[in-house]
Design a protein around this ligand. Structure first.
Ligand SMILES: [Zn+2]
Length: 219
């Protein structure tokens, strides 16, 4: 098993003081939900050199640092475990977090089982069924991705009057508003280039951070 080398980004004293001030203004605790686990079959590109669980954890770690710097309290549904702790356990952990909190899950997508030769392109956001705060959050996240990654194809589902797709994913079923972003298709070579591009992923994280700040203010 390949381990992940996390880059430590320590906060200076001055920054810690600023973070404390900002924290008092933040409404939501952010619960990050990293994708799957190292032992989950599939969820990889064709030659296995890209793994969704690992990419998701790397990006969410960086996102957590950015959000903490803006005063958010950030936690996860799996304590950053490399393995899949079980979806029901994740929901249990989410429900232990005091409201108001929101759940953000980040995955990469695929249309093939073996990760080879997929043709699909684009990003999609899922929320739980019914019209909830999650829908308002997803709408803000879509707009932020459109602004920060203007070339990005956004897959929308207008059937119920908003853009997000609705699904009975277990991780969307805690007591908190939740949305899940499928960033792009790791079984499509062109999409995989983006997932592997640190600059592109930086813009993606910027989009998510800006969305969460707006959500915290408006939803
Ligand atoms: Zn996934």
């Amino acid at each position: 098993m390949r381990g992940i080398n996390w880059t430590a980004r320590p906060h200076s004293m001055e920054l810690l003081k600023k973070i404390k001030q900002m924290r008092s203004k933040r409404k939501y605790t952010i619960i990050l939900s990293p994708a799957h686990g190292v032992e989950v079959p599939g969820k990889r590109n064709c030659d296995g050199s890209y793994a969704e669980w690992e990419w998701s954890r790397q990006q969410l770690r960086l996102l957590a640092t950015d959000l903490e710097r803006l005063g958010f309290t950030v936690t996860t549904d799996n304590d950053w475990a490399d393995n899949e702790i079980g979806l029901t356990n994740r929901v249990k952990n989410m429900n232990l977090v005091k409201s108001p909190a929101l759940v953000f899950a980040m995955h990469s997508n695929a249309t093939t089982m073996d990760g080879c030769g997929g043709k699909a392109v684009g990003s999609v956001i899922y929320t739980c069924k019914g019209v909830t705060k999650s829908d308002a959050m997803a709408t803000i996240a879509y707009a932020s991705i459109a602004k920060n990654l203007p070339d990005r194809r956004l897959l929308r589902d207008r059937a119920d009057g908003d853009d997000d797709f609705e699904a009975n994913f277990t991780v969307l079923m805690s007591k908190h508003p939740s949305f899940l972003l499928e960033v792009g298709f790791h079984d499509n070579e062109e999409e995989l280039k983006l997932l592997r591009d640190p600059v592109w992923c930086g813009y993606l994280r910027k989009a998510i951070v800006e969305a969460i700040v707006k959500i915290d203010r408006e939803v």
